[in-house]
Design a protein around this ligand. Structure first.
Ligand code: AMP
Ligand code: ZN
Length: 478
């Protein structure tokens, strides 16, 4: 089956058709590294990661590039406020982003280029655009893109160059443009830029690249002139992506991106994220409050990337419980089932097959991660029902099939992977708990009830909850 994605340019769901399969060239707009990325940003980056992992799952070879915007108004202001130079200011924010991404199980990307490392190429691009009559120099030494010379402008957003619609802002310092809609490619240096070292030489004098240009140059530089897929949050569609298309197709003469994917913005407790509402959470803040990264990740993929998603603390608790059920399923399939090759089939193999089929169909359908999760949790219920019925016995072949299906789905979801990594830290704890359970069993066999109770109390104190079942004692961290 083919992976179909909603393409914002053609406004249709279309099969992914990479130019050069199995390679898939993907570029996603990354964070501006002027502060800690928030969970809204991470809705977008987890969606990137689900796509990244699913492309691999389907046998593609994704080349997935996500940039770090390290020079723009916000980073320059941040450096000035911190009283340092631009590079010293952005470096720790870049590191923090990569660390938070790893915390949430986002796999390393093929490349994460920083804009300031490619300014020479950006200057070269502007020169090319100038030669083609697509750029002009203003009196102050800034260079602008001439939208009127690029008739295709507006195809992505519907905001045409010949109308007044959609102009989101006109910067106060962009006063001498030929046309208000033209956007900056090179910004002439101001004192504020010089003060933090955000200036580079160019044929037009000292200055710095415009934000839109950064993404065109970084993506084409890393992946070639035509991308298979370009990603970003919905807010970037206009003017950022429209401008990227104009610059890129203007400079190279080739289609810039064969398809465009945009993620819907996360809301928090029903509201838009904003500093004034105090609902802009970072990953470390949530982890410090005791929320597991796997739970955050589960919540983020519980809605398909184009659907409304409301982050709530109730929802996060629900996600934590869902992850615990998955971990329990993993433990049951690996440690708590008795292998009995003479037994009747418990039905695990057909359940695994059906789940994988539903999982793939859901993700093929425009990365419908919520439907894919439903397939996983349907599987969880089926396995538990079957094993309850057989008294925890299963044949080795079907056990193998069930374990493989769980592992396979988790290659995309990355939930067990994260939860078990958390658990790995707790491996010592697990060993300790298992030993205590064994001691308690022995104490009960010896009818030493006081000792058995004391062991249970000791476990309770450590937050371990015991459940005695006909198949033995199960434990969980309450
Ligand atoms: P920025 O650091 O502001 O450049 O944003 C980095 C990425 O996060 C962009 O693709 C944005 O569209 C995306 N983004 C920003 N806010 C949200 C949000 N609330 N929900 C989802 N994505 C967001
Ligand atoms: Zn971008």
């Amino acid at each position: 089956m083919a992976l179909r994605l909603y393409d914002s340019l053609s406004r249709t769901v279309r099969p992914l058709e990479p130019a050069d399969p199995p390679v898939v060239r993907v570029y996603g707009c990354g964070p501006t590294i002027y502060g800690r990325a928030h969970i809204g940003n991470f809705r977008t980056f987890i969606a990137y990661d689900v796509l990244h992992r699913y492309l691999e799952w389907k046998g593609y070879e994704p080349r997935f590039v996500v940039n770090l915007t390290d020079v723009d108004d916000k980073t320059i202001e941040g450096a000035a406020r911190a009283g340092t130079d631009l590079g010293s200011f952005t470096a720790p924010h870049g590191e923090a982003f990569l660390a938070d991404a790893a915390t949430l199980g986002i796999r390393p990307f093929f490349d994460t280029p920083r804009a300031t490392e490619h300014v020479d190429e950006m200057v070269e691009w502007i020169r090319r655009l100038e030669e083609k009559g697509l750029a002009y120099r203003a009196e102050d030494g800034s260079v602008y893109f001439r939208i009127s010379a690029f008739p295709e402008y507006g195809r992505l957003s519907g905001n045409r160059a010949d109308g007044e619609t959609g102009r989101s802002r006109i910067d106060a310092d962009e006063y001498d443009k030929d046309d208000v809609r033209d956007f900056v490619l090179w910004k002439a240096a101001r004192d504020a830029d010089r003060a933090v070292g955000a200036v580079w030489d160019s044929p037009w004098g000292e200055g710095r690249p415009g934000w839109h240009l950064e993404c065109s140059v970084l993506s084409v530089g890393a992946l070639g002139e035509t991308l298979d897929l370009h990603l970003g949050g919905e807010d970037l569609l206009f003017p950022h992506h429209e401008n990227e298309i104009a610059q890129s197709q203007g400079a190279t003469g080739h289609i810039f991106a064969r398809a465009w994917m945009h993620t819907k913005h996360l809301r928090v407790e029903g509201q838009k994220m904003s500093k004034s509402l105090g609902n802009v959470y970072s990953v470390p803040e949530l982890v410090e409050r005791g929320h597991a990264p796997a739970a955050i990740r589960h919540l983020m993929i519980s809605a398909q990337y184009r659907k409304e998603l409301n982050f709530t603390f109730d929802g996060l608790e629900g996600s934590a419980r869902a992850v615990q059920r998955l971990v329990a399923l993993h433990r049951r399939l690996h440690d708590e089932t008795t292998v009995d090759d003479a037994a009747e089939p418990a039905g695990l193999a057909p359940a695994a097959e059906a789940a994988l089929e539903a999982f793939e169909a859901a993700l093929d359908d425009d990365l419908n991660s919520s439907e894919a999760l439903a397939a996983l949790f349907g599987f969880l219920r089926d396995v538990n029902t079957s094993l309850d019925r057989t008294g925890g016995r299963a044949r080795s072949d079907e056990l193998e099939a069930a374990r493989d299906a769980l592992a396979s789905m988790d290659r995309v979801f990355g939930l067990l992977e994260l939860a078990m990594a958390d658990d790995a830290v707790d491996d010592d704890l697990a060993t300790w708990v298992e030993q205590k359970i064994a001691d308690r069993k022995q104490a009960r066999a010896d009818k030493d009830w006081a000792r058995a109770d004391a062991i249970r109390d000791e476990l309770t104190e450590r937050g371990i909850v015991l459940e005695d079942t006909p198949q033995g004692t199960r434990w969980s961290q309450g």
